[in-house]
Design a protein around this ligand. Structure first.
Ligand code: CA
Ligand code: CA
Length: 301
């Protein structure tokens, strides 16, 4: 039977300082019950944002201690299933999102999920459940669950969906995995600052690669590896994603820098994860034809 972490076991930062009440061994499946990114505080469309307790926003369920995980290893998190509630919340507020200078009314919408469709007015949008926040304790300090970094965190990558696998660098014994912020569906960019925010359950299978780790979180999908980089702005995030992709292709293909730089231009897609969180996210997608997992993992020097 899978280990189950209830939704009242939440953290609001990623840190080595949190103690884990739940433990798994590699190969275990673990169910994380999650509350939505607003902490379940939006009760209806007249809930105004000034009524929200912002200290309860972006909860991540966990942390989970993974036996045998040591600094320098890779934690492997395979998303086996995501169950979402039949109700989602989306909101807009002046000062937030990709258009923070616009003048408009703060608004909340409650959306229904019917089978495979999210109902938005008279439109039906295909459901594609994903996990917004997924991370481990960082190398140092305490990083709020609303932001992202080398440890993962609030990556808001639409690719983080059922069947994908995430590789995260381990910085502390047990890794201390936590996750939350399920979206019923989110497009690249997450333009308005929120997606279809829902509570639910995420079942993951945990694993380890010993003795090496990725520089940035890496997501494996059916046909590609995606390097999830971040930065103070999109330029910095794109630089980091490109740099890691070019050096990965060099190792994988035995190319010079010049050739690898050229090849990256031909086969690596840079895509925006989100433009609305405290640090921005860009990913470099490399088709599996050109790299293997081992080329994305580094030994500590
Ligand atoms: Ca998010
Ligand atoms: Ca969210």
């Amino acid at each position: 039977m899978a280990i189950r972490i209830p939704r009242d076991q939440v953290i609001y930062s990623f840190s080595k300082r949190h103690s884990a009440r739940y433990t798994a061994v590699p190969g275990d499946s673990v169910i994380f019950e999650t509350v939505d990114a607003l902490g379940g505080q939006i009760v209806n469309e007249s809930t105004t944002l000034d009524k929200i307790d912002w200290s309860r926003v972006n909860p991540a369920t966990g942390p989970l201690y993974v036996e045998g995980a040591r600094p320098g290893d890779t934690l492997v998190v395979e998303i086996e299933d995501i169950k979402v509630s039949d109700r989602a919340v989306i909101l807009v507020a002046p000062g937030f999102g990709a258009l923070p200078d616009k003048d408009f009314r703060p608004s909340v919408k409650i959306l229904r999920v019917v089978g495979e469709k999210l109902i938005f007015g008279n439109l039906e949008i295909k459901v594609r459940p994903m996990v917004g926040v997924l991370g481990v304790a960082p190398e140092e300090g305490e990083i709020p669950t609303g932001t992202s970094g080398y440890h993962g965190g609030n990556m808001d990558v639409a690719l983080l969906t059922i069947g994908s696998r995430v590789y995260l660098p381990v910085f502390t014994d047990g890794a201390l995995l936590a996750l939350g912020d399920i979206h019923v569906v989110q497009a690249d960019g997450e333009i308005c600052v929120a997606a279809a925010e829902a509570s639910g359950e995420v079942r993951v299978k945990v694993g380890l690669v010993k003795g090496k780790r990725p520089r940035y979180p890496v997501i494996e999908s059916e046909d590609k590896y995606s390097i999830v980089a971040f930065g103070k702005d999109l330029d910095e995030a794109a630089y980091r994603a490109s740099e890691e992709a070019v050096y990965t292709l060099m190792r994988a293909q035995g190319l010079s820098f010049e050739e690898s730089y050229m090849l990256a231009s031909l086969v690596v897609d840079l895509r925006i994860n989100q433009v609305v969180d405290p640090v921005k996210g860009v990913r470099a997608e490399i088709p599996k034809k050109y790299v293997k997992l081992e080329h994305l993992l580094h030994h500590l020097t």
